[in-house]
Design a protein around this ligand. Sequence first.
Ligand SMILES: Cc1cc2nc3c(=O)[nH]c(=O)nc-3n(C[C@H](O)[C@H](O)[C@H](O)COP(=O)(O)OP(=O)(O)OC[C@H]3O[C@@H](n4cnc5c(N)ncnc54)[C@H](O)[C@@H]3O)c2cc1C
Length: 402
Amino acid sequence: MNGNSCRASKRTNKVTSTILKSFRTVSIPLTMNLSYWEYKTWLSNIDFTVVGSGIVGLNCALQLKKKHPKAKIVVLEKGLMPQGASTKNAGFACFGSISEILSDLKTHSQEEVLKLVQNRWDGINTLREILGDSILDLQLHGGHELFLNADKALYEKCISELDIANELLYPVFGSDAFKLSQNSFKFKGIEQNYISHGFEGQIDTGKMMQGLLKKVQSEGITILNGVTVKSFQDNPDVVAIETNAFSFSSKKLCIAVNGFSSDLIREKVKPARAQVIITKPIKNLAIKGTFHVQEGYYYFRNIDNRILLGGGRNLDFESEETIEFGTTKLVQNKLADLLKEVILSDTPFEIDYAWSGVMGVGKQKKPIVKLLSNNVACGVRLGGMGIAIGTSVGRQLAVTFE
Ligand SMILES: Cc1cc2nc3c(=O)[nH]c(=O)nc-3n(C[C@H](O)[C@H](O)[C@H](O)COP(=O)(O)OP(=O)(O)OC[C@H]3O[C@@H](n4cnc5c(N)ncnc54)[C@H](O)[C@@H]3O)c2cc1C
């Protein structure tokens, strides 16, 4: 084969395209100059296409395979790796700190809040069953909410309503979820006690995603990276899908793009960027557990003798309502100040990395899992709880067509 074949095939493709259009036949992927083999092997006779390889998309693909063992399933992911929130998060296996629960009770009924927490608890347990605690690197050190001195009023409200929250959540945990504990890690500038949640844990986010990816691949599901779905058209018995690289058809389409939803669908999901920093390893770091500050707008944990700290979206909601990755001085300075003044006030530290991820949020905390048309469904709006609910949202998405 000589070097002219590439140019020649471009010409051939153009001609083929014209002929195909005139016969109104199925569209063949032309943009990437795909071969017959590539098209036949990867992009024809597809039963289910999943958009997004985050925790929801991967769980959806696994559940589809379980329900339809013979189905041909493909997952399309725009990033070289999953590129939304699932590989960027803080790895809290959490159910809502006390101030979050009390705040949710202002906008949701008691039954709704109970159901949200039950779903988180069930979701974590399902994730543990699917991957196992050692792959997740699950550590059950408990979680704690700290109250800055400036938030004394919130602290007092939470203490006064501790029994109400415990009573509400008793059916989920079978014992009191929240209790007061001493400031054993000697954080500075905070009220005397933490309100701790004994059932909260932490995972290694990277290991979770690697475990899920391996599982999906071992089930014979194809994942194509670097493919952005641009648009789709639900025709009576097939969905025509247009990507940055090729067009093809699939019997069903499952959309799991969370914070990036507004690019593809009309559901009410706002992007919410969240910024994170991590320190270099710190000798003899005693801090262990997951910590929430200011109604969950800040959160930190230990990992590999480092402190990972995220949050600060509340400093400038408008600028953080974006799908652009990046960090801002305003948020990064605030995170560094929190480390210096509250978390590691007596310990020298250096910041090693900073990054951001994009969540999908809305007025209601309930995720949106629904059929959008005969052959297209979505599972989106996971807020800041995707580790807990991502598995069940993915599983529900997989059965929306039934
Ligand atoms: C900084 C941060 C910290 C967090 N901390 C926690 C925590 O500690 N505990 C917790 O439970 N939750 C946490 N979350 C939330 C949690 O990570 C998310 O709720 C969860 O990961 C959402 O999963 P998902 O699969 O719905 O979305 P994503 O993980 O965002 O996956 C969507 C995927 O779709 C891809 N995609 C988007 N558009 C297209 C397209 N057009 N074509 C192809 N692919 C596309 C994206 O690249 C992405 O990989 C945090 C989130 C962030 C950002």
